[in-house]
Design a protein around this ligand. Structure first.
Ligand code: HEC
Length: 404
């Protein structure tokens, strides 16, 4: 039987590879060997360890593991050789064996081209505000090539040396966010050196991060619409809140609790309180007079979202048109304790069920057990089953193949 790399194990290796590169960068920076670029320490090499291929090709992951094991074995043997004679005798044949039999070809594939911002992290926090700003920038700077729908068919696209790719698929998640940043900021070139996408030196760093937030929110929605699922976890956008009991003022402060986000609709249509979830209501229109007045009529919901742009932003994330005047009125979303959007229900759908889980763990190894556990209890309602599964199968996104 072929030996396959367990998913957890691969995640650990990838996380280790990522952390060690970041730690190296931090260490060099702390002793003054690295300068800052675009507000964060610059990666000094033109190469980095690649995870994209590893994560996608189990065959290669096996070879790379074998290679690492060989190197590790040699290292241990070399250490032993310092002390014991037998190890010294074994060293030469072991070297020969590794040199001839180890899958060295994997080494080349383990490297990927890097840029100074490869390990940069977005400072925006994926907020309603940053996504909204990003949408404006996209309209002004990017639509002419990438098209209003992100599919790469803008009015100028046909005149370019190559068609822009669709930004709606999984492309954005296949890249490190710092590398996307670099490409938008500094442009892209073909192998022959021809510029394929212009540089946007006129945008500030913050604006580039904002437009990337918008692209991600929009792509998430298009993926959900086209495939019915979020293959990559999508974060609940950060928004300002008014919460009646906890006094929380932002979504971030509710981390650790499960959220139910109710989009639009009227106060009377809000679902009854549920101890398992904190309800966030996103009113269709901001009420003039601000927070206090808004919170009053919404006594049914623990928290009322204050950002007037929250509804259109969540409409993008759900892949629903926000500009038809109706938007995603009446839809609901469930957010897990770690802040990931996990389930959605359509207006008038009725009770929740496990089928509403649109973001699932990549390896649902324990799915059957949790399902059994949920159905074993006679009182369990659809929501209970859904919550159990959501809790039992935590998700973790990848960017550029690395756990994010
Ligand atoms: C003049 C046309 C043009 C404009 C304007 C333009 N792009 Fe592009 N974009 C392209 C082309 C062409 C590619 C494909 C380039 C390649 O693969 O070499 C591309 C690729 C991309 C990619 C994919 C990068 C990757 O890693 O594969 C992203 C993301 C992107 N553009 C974002 C933007 C954003 C954001 C803006 C606005 C700030 C923008 N583009 C404006 C033409 C354009």
């Amino acid at each position: 039987m072929a030996w396959t790399v367990p998913a957890d194990w691969l995640d650990t290796v990838l996380a280790l590879a990522q952390r060690s590169q970041q730690a190296l960068q931090a260490a060099l920076h702390s002793v003054g060997l690295l300068t800052d670029v675009h507000g964060q320490p610059a990666w000094p090499w033109a190469q980095r360890l690649a995870a994209e291929v590893l994560a996608q090709e189990p065959q290669l992951a096996r070879q790379a593991t074998a290679l690492l094991a060989c190197m590790l074995g040699l290292g241990v043997l070399a250490l032993l050789a310092l002390r014991w004679r037998w190890a010294r005798w074994a060293l030469a044949p072991a070297l020969l064996l590794v040199a001839t039999a180890a899958p060295w070809s994997a080494l080349a594939l383990l490297q990927a081209p890097a840029v100074p911002t490869s390990w940069h992290r977005s400072p925006t926090g994926f907020t309603v505000q940053s996504i909204t700003q990003g949408a404006h920038i996209y309209q002004q700077q990017c639509v002419r090539c990438h098209g209003a729908d992100g599919k790469g068919e803008g009015p100028d696209a046909a005149r370019l040396p190559m068609w822009p790719p669709t930004l709606n698929g999984s492309l954005l998640w296949k890249r490190l966010e710092g590398e996307l940043f670099w490409r938008v900021r500094h442009g892209m070139h073909s192998a022959a050196g021809v510029q394929t996408m212009p540089a946007f030196a006129n945008l500030t760093d913050e604006q580039v991060w904002q437009v990337l937030d918008y692209l991600q929110a929009y792509a998430a929605g298009q993926l959900l619409r086209d495939t019915g699922a979020w293959a990559q976890p999508v974060r609940m956008p950060q928004a300002r809140l008014h919460c009646r009991n906890t006094g929380a003022t932002s979504v971030r402060q509710l981390q650790g609790q499960r959220l139910r986000v109710v989009l639009g609709g009227s106060v009377d249509a809000l679902p009854p309180d549920d101890p398992r979830l904190v309800t966030l209501w996103v009113p269709a229109q901001a009420v003039a007079g601000g927070a206090a007045e808004l919170a009053d009529p919404a006594d049914q919901a623990e928290c009322v979202v204050q950002d007037p742009q929250a509804l259109p932003v969540l409409a993008w994330v759900l892949g629903q048109a926000a500009n038809d005047g109706k938007g995603p009125q009446g839809s609901q979303m469930l957010v897990d304790r770690n802040g990931w959007l996990r389930a959605r229900s359509s207006p008038g759908q009725g009770d929740w069920s496990e089928d509403d889980l649109v973001c699932r763990a990549s390896a649902p190894s324990n799915a059957t057990t949790t399902r059994l556990a949920a159905s074993a209890s006679p009182d369990a309602d659809g929501l209970e089953a859904l919550i159990r599964r959501m809790d039992a199968e935590p998700v973790r996104p990848r960017r550029g193949g690395f756990p994010h």
